[in-house]
Design a binder for this molecule. Structure first.
Ligand SMILES: [Zn+2]
Length: 100
C-alpha cells in the first residue's frame, strides 16, 4: 500500500478544505466573510513550519498581506482584528498557537 504524505494532491486538497471549513468560510484572524481565502502558515515554511492542518489557517488576503512573515501573536494582538474568542478556537486546532 502506498503511503500518503502531504505531497499527495488528494490529501492536500482535503487539508485545505478542512482548514477553510474551520471558520465557516470566514477569515481565521479578522472573522470577515471572504470569498477568497488564502492559507497562512502560522510558522513560515522557511522557519520549519509544516504543511499540515496544525500549522494552517484560512485567512482573507488582507490579513495574509498584513501579517506577512511576522510572528502571529505579535502581529495579531497589535492589529485591530485581535479577538480572544477566535484565538482560543484557533489554539484548539493549531498546535503552535499559544495564548500569552
Ligand atoms: Zn482577515
Amino acid at each position: 500500500m502506498a503511503s500518503i504524505g502531504f505531497d499527495n494532491p488528494v490529501r492536500k486538497h482535503k487539508i485545505r478544505a478542512e482548514v477553510k471549513a474551520r471558520f465557516g468560510g470566514c477569515c481565521g484572524y479578522c472573522g470577515m466573510k471572504s470569498k477568497v481565502l488564502t492559507l497562512d502558515h502560522v510558522v513560515a515554511k522557511s522557519k520549519g513550519g509544516v504543511d499540515g492542518r496544525s500549522n494552517l489557517v484560512a485567512v482573507c488576503p488582507r490579513c495574509n498581506k498584513s501579517k506577512g512573515s511576522q510572528e502571529l501573536w505579535a502581529w495579531w494582538q497589535a492589529s485591530p482584528w485581535w479577538c480572544e474568542t477566535r484565538a482560543a478556537r484557533l489554539s484548539e486546532t493549531v498546535f503552535v498557537c499559544k495564548l500569552k
